[in-house]
Ligand binder design. Structure first.
Ligand code: Q5B
Length: 258
């Protein structure tokens, strides 16, 4: 008789059982043939639909602008240390990847989530939103930067905001809310600006991306940078990194006899 086996997993993303992979039903080669770009594939896989030309131009810019931020940031620095220790690309890139979290790069999802909550539950009430966040969450994801501030603005953020608002017709309630939050937080402290994570999160919510997908944009974009740093260090035959003593505050006990 017939044996009925329960499927182990259920997928709605892709299917490779035909001649070539189909992403949400679209053949990969057909997408290439018809002139779609990587930003369209991202939207297809992460948001189940092909974006409009205007939307895909925004997605492309989000990826381009967040691909790298120099060697000093946690992610790139992690990959560089790995490369200098002689480890292979996937491991060195994952060393950088593990840094992506609530303080560095991984605030996109929660920024989008909480700005969206703000739009829905605290319209025209930024102080109420900030008080709720302080009580229930802590630092507002997407707000604050170690070196960027009102005096040293983040050009990436300024560009993205200006592009979306002036060169597209996207409806931007979440981004507008985030910018209102920034007005209040920067009045308290100069570096509590809307940062790149927060800007990405707000715009991606306005684009209709699922909340769960948002950190994926930083992860994907920064992989490009981390791979670049690994190649760079390998091409220079960089030596093993060991911190010089002057970079460490040895707050240990003086030598003691037992
Ligand atoms: N305070 C980012 O902090 C940082 C506050 C806040 C209310 C806030 C901090 C933060 C939320 C997480 C976030 C993404 C840790 C950042 C990125 C990509 C990057 C990185 C790069 C790239 C920086 C000092 C005082 C304290 C805090 C208060 C700080 N943030 N209050 N809401 N959001 N943000 N992360 O300067 O009274 O003195 O105790 O956690 O969005 O990762 O380029 O480097 O492209 O690679 O180290 O751009 O803002 O200051 O944490 O010592 O705080 O400010 O409560 O108050 P700092 P802290 P007080 S973008």
């Amino acid at each position: 008789g017939e044996v009925i086996v329960e499927p182990l997993i259920r997928t709605t993303v892709s299917d490779d059982r035909g001649e070539e992979p189909r992403y949400r039903g679209y053949a990969a080669s057909e997408l290439c043939e018809k002139g779609y770009g990587i930003e369209d594939v991202i939207a297809l896989m992460w948001n189940k639909k092909l974006p409009t030309k205007e939307e895909s131009e925004i997605i492309k810019r989000i990826i381009m602008i967040s691909a790298d931020h120099g060697p000093a940031v946690s992610g790139a620095f992690g990959s560089i240390i790995g490369a200098c220790a002689g480890i292979d690309m996937p491991q060195a890139v994952s060393a950088g990847m593990t840094m992506i979290g609530p303080r560095f790069g991984g605030a996109v999802t929660n920024a989008g989530k909480y700005f969206q909550k703000g739009v829905r539950e605290f319209p025209n009430d930024i102080p109420g939103f900030l008080a709720w966040m302080k009580k229930n969450v802590g630092p507002v994801p997407g707000i604050g930067h170690r070196v960027k501030s009102l005096k040293n603005p983040d050009k990436r953020v300024k560009y993205l905001v200006s592009y979306v608002k002036n060169e597209t017709s996207l409806h931007t309630p979440c981004l507008d809310f985030a910018l209102e939050v920034e007005k209040v937080t920067t009045a308290k402290k100069d570096n509590l600006i809307l940062n790149v994570d927060g800007t990405m999160g707000a715009i991606l919510v306005d684009l209709g991306f699922p909340i769960h997908s948002l950190n994926g944009f930083f992860v994907l974009a920064r992989t490009i940078g981390m791979i670049g740093h690994w190649i760079d260090q390998n091409e220079q035959n960089s030596r093993l990194i060991r911190l010089y003593d002057y970079l460490i505050n040895y707050a240990v006990e003086d030598e003691r006899d037992v």
